[in-house]
Design a protein around this ligand. Structure first.
Ligand code: C5P
Length: 232
């Protein structure tokens, strides 16, 4: 499969769960912003041509990058939900990105993406008519809680996966799916969910468990540990 792909990186969340003054993608890990690590992970891949970073409307902390790893870094303004921000990013991509070109969507707060996983997603996903997502099989036993916090039952975990990012879809199809979900008042929590609503069946590509999203201070400490292992 030849040709390059652009990536949309939603970074317009306020990260209120983290509890820091700065949005979490601007916190430092190993002396660099989490977002810098995330963009590097994407742009280091030779197939990735550039990134569209979707930032908050009154984001005073955006460092103003216009390129990274010698490739363009563009920005646009996001919306109230992650899905709105991704849609804004898709619509703001350069005209050179055609309607049926594949586009990656990757969380700003997921800096520990392995090149091998990104490579496999691109390879497998671009062979599929719909697209694909990185995902990891559920390994823990799952419990359904009752109102009182007691266990109602154990849910079978066979064939259950945790959806990660990047997710790879065609620009126009994904934009249409996100618009349709919004029109239907459905809040989709990832891109695949928007595609599934329209009857599509994206592929699951197994990725490393440690492609985690930084949500809490413990996640940041974990990423710092991963970075120290990389350079050790
Ligand atoms: O809040 P959560 O961690 O699920 O957000 C996932 C990604 O979506 C983050 O990178 C966040 O900045 C982004 N996001 C966004 N616009 C929003 C909400 C979240 O770009 N309105």
């Amino acid at each position: 499969m030849s040709g390059s792909v652009w990536a949309v990186v939603p970074a317009a969340g306020r990260g209120t769960r983290f509890g820091a003054a700065l949005p979490k993608q601007y916190l430092l890990a190993g002396g660099r912003m989490i977002l810098a690590h995330t963009l590097d992970a994407l742009l280091q891949h030779p197939v990735v041509a550039g990134v569209m970073v979707v930032i908050g409307g009154n984001d005073a902390d955006w460092p103003g990058w216009t390129e990274a790893a010698g490739k363009p870094v563009l920005t646009c303004t996001g919306g109230a939900t992650r899905a709105d921000s991704v849609l804004a990013g898709l619509l703001a991509l350069p005209e050179s990105v055609r309607a049926d070109d594949f586009v990656l969507v990757h969380d700003a707060a997921r800096p520990n993406l392995a090149q091998a996983d990104l490579g496999r997603l691109l390879e497998v996903g671009r062979m599929d008519p719909v697209g694909a997502i990185l995902a990891a099989p559920v390994r823990d036993t799952l419990k359904r809680a009752g109102d009182d916090g007691g266990i109602d039952r154990t849910e079978p975990r066979e064939r259950l996966w945790r959806a990660l990012t990047p997710q790879l879809f065609r620009r126009h199809q994904l934009a249409r799916a996100l618009q349709d979900a919004r029109g239907g008042g459905v809040e989709v929590t990832d891109e695949a969910m928007a595609m599934e609503r329209l009857g599509q069946r994206p592929l699951l590509v197994e990725g490393a468990e440690d492609n985690f999203k930084i949500t809490t201070p413990a996640d940041l400490a974990r990423f710092e540990f991963e970075l120290s292992r990389r350079t050790a």
